[in-house]
Design a protein around this ligand. Sequence first.
Ligand code: ATP
Length: 304
Amino acid sequence: MSGVRVRVAAKINLSLRVGARRPDGFHDLSTVFQAISLFDDIQVRASPIGSGRTISVAGERVDGVPRDDRNLAARAAIALAEAVGQPDPDVHIDIDKAIPVAGGMAGGSADAAATLVACRALWDTEIADEELHRVAADLGSDVPFALQGGTAQGTGRGDILVPVLATGEWHWVVALNDGELSTPQVFAECDRLRSCGLSEPAPGDDSALMAALRAGSARDLAPCLVNDLQPAALSLRPSLAAVLAAGTDVGALAGLVSGSGPTCIFLAADREHAIGLAAELAGSGLVRGVRHAFGPVRGAHLIP
Ligand code: ATP
């Protein structure tokens, strides 16, 4: 039995506005996500009764990805089984990762969303979309968006989603950087910088950003990109400043840290511009790797 295959995209945050820390430890967020064409592929198949979850992971720098029930994909299989009243699931999950690990592109959340879609198909279970969304949100703030894809505004912990109209295709250059940044550590650093008066939330709102997306204008979008976590990511990883500068020096319309970093993203005017930028950045010697990606792309979906 070959199992079920699902493809899932990385997310970027075109805007990431971080509010106050809540009593439950999470921060209120207002964000605009876009799913871009950097994909993890997941294959899930039934395994013999009693074998639990087994996981294999392929891809670059995946040594740190857990192969047991700490893996978000395994947790997704368990959560879905619980939600639909199935016994402890016996599944093998193959994860082929192109989304950088701990890179601020929600790779673990993507794998969780993909596993929800795969197990739903494998078990031929009927679960309403709203219920699947609830299971996804319990797994992590970014999991609902990985299910949905496209371009969307997220509020709450980032899990309350409303689709956003983004006209046309947007081209990005993704700069992969060495090492990982832990999302909780980056949020803690953001709190610390704010408490010392060294950083504050970006002013204004996302109305100009939404208008640029509707109009399909990369040049209008460029000045609207914002990431409240960027000062914290730069504080923990000062070398990222040189990467951002290199991107704008070679002509990117804008550059910013992706989510909690250390991946950086650069906005291009169109496909040709992105391909040129990617080549220049790759030659800079400052980054581990460069990818050209476009968005928006769909959420987690079955593939043949
Ligand atoms: P986010 O932006 O959603 O906080 P991220 O993109 O920075 O996360 P992930 O790639 O999701 O980071 O990985 C964060 C940590 O989660 C990893 O260090 C790893 O230990 C753990 N993890 C659990 N499951 C996975 C998975 N399927 N893929 C990658 N990491 C996973």
